[in-house]
Ligand binder design. Sequence first.
Ligand code: NAG
Ligand code: NAG
Ligand code: NAG
Ligand code: NAG
Length: 471
Amino acid sequence: MPEERPLTALAGAVAGAVAGAATGVAIFLLLRQRDNRPEQGPSMPQNDGGNVQAKDQRAKKAGFTSKWTKPVVIASPALEPLAKEVRKRLGEEEYPESAGPTVTLDYFKSKDPNVKFNWTRVVGRKIIFLFDTVDQSRFFEQLSLLQALQGFAVPDGEDKGTKWKTYVNAGAYSWGRASHITVVLPWYRPCQMERTSRWHLTDDKWVNNNAEGQWLDVPNALYMARLLATPGSVPPLPGPNSSMDGMPLNPLWRPPLELLFVELHEEAPVARSVSDLGATIRMERFVPYFLDKFKGKPTYPGPNNMYILFPDHGAYSRYATSVRERLKLDWDHILYIKKTRVGESIGQEQKLFYEEDRTENEKSDHFNGSKDHILIIDDFTNSGSTLFGAVKLVKMYAGGSDQINVSIFVSHLVATYDPKTVDSLKEKLHELGKQCRFFTTNSIPSTTDMLKGDEQATVIDISDFIADMCS
Ligand SMILES: *[C@@H]1O[C@H](CO)[C@@H](O)[C@H](O)[C@H]1NC(C)=O
Ligand SMILES: *[C@@H]1O[C@H](CO)[C@@H](O)[C@H](O)[C@H]1NC(C)=O
Ligand SMILES: *[C@@H]1O[C@H](CO)[C@@H](O)[C@H](O)[C@H]1NC(C)=O
Ligand SMILES: *[C@@H]1O[C@H](CO)[C@@H](O)[C@H](O)[C@H]1NC(C)=O
């Protein structure tokens, strides 16, 4: 880094400029002036046997311009409505339609991605990238854009004469970067594939109960995280003749990268999988946030008549503590169901349990349909059958009464990404009667858009939550 004084002076100038309108350009021009100052000069990446030196994978601290600028929120098309809300909440300046998009994802005739971004808007800025893992055909274009934001070449204008063919060899380009990047994963599609079983093939059937199994799973939840966390590219040699954001070129500075997972199914394996890549992993849970909202409703019955039920002990272990904290319920109001395994098929034991002093107890009394309210919680669902099975068990414990208020909350409505599954889920919900309500978030908009207008379903917009996590 150059010495402190000019930086501080520049800070004031940037802060002033930011108060004005065209932030990106202003920063760029200011930094340009600074780079042109003869006493500083651009620091050239050194050609070290064909390598640009990068001291660390990436910096821990954001580039200095990030402090005075609002973040720029970008998103894959499916998450654009969510991005719009996050922008509002973060107070990002509105760009008029006439100023064009920040990013365009287009396709060539061959269907290959053709991605462009307005570099003046992202250079030196904090970026919040809402990353879509549902539409797998968009993975590569988003990944490429994520790489670009961590370091991109801006050819000198003169090179237009050769159709931008000579700037690399002539070193006639500048190097731009975001100052900090947060990749928000509202839903992480490969989340269930986080470990390796040993598999064995018997009579054309795959089984994982053989200690000598000679096939292994590819745990792609870990590998997608690694791809996301891969450090950005290096400038093509001989290298740029200026740095656009005032951050060092040699050793090459790369912006910090944060991966923010919302309610990830298995947190530890994914967090561990990128430990060498210098990215920050954040695991944020939505359930405590929902519990606060739920408790704030006028119909909340209070701790004496409120029960939480988890469809399995795994969910219980994940969330029991936050239920205690947020709702102050007694232990015998925090219940779970046990899974049964008969051969390949998984069922639910028709009993309710709770833990007290680390001892498992079976719930012995009934629910009272005219006072009690039961909230069933899980992180995601496909067919909904586990959740609806839990509702039926609740009704059994209410003396077979249909007149009991039961709510279901799942953070992510996966529904096998299939409109037909969403339809059948709605049907099953209606069959359970009006006193059964379903809550979820819009982390997978393609499924939850289909719940709009349904009397028994509520889709909670997670833009507030995301904005809170990013500010
Ligand atoms: C690029 O973004 C800047 C900053 O918002 C804006 O002023 C400019 O008009 C945009 N350029 C184009 C060609 O859209
Ligand atoms: C970079 O090099 C090109 C070509 O030599 C030159 O036109 C341009 O002014 C230089 N830029 C800076 C910032 O030195
Ligand atoms: C349920 O609660 C109501 C109201 O407190 C009470 O009158 C009724 O007896 C209770 N029912 C049972 C089965 O305990
Ligand atoms: C059941 O839910 C309805 C609608 O929210 C509410 O009016 C009613 O008071 C609830 N009944 C009990 C027993 O909580």
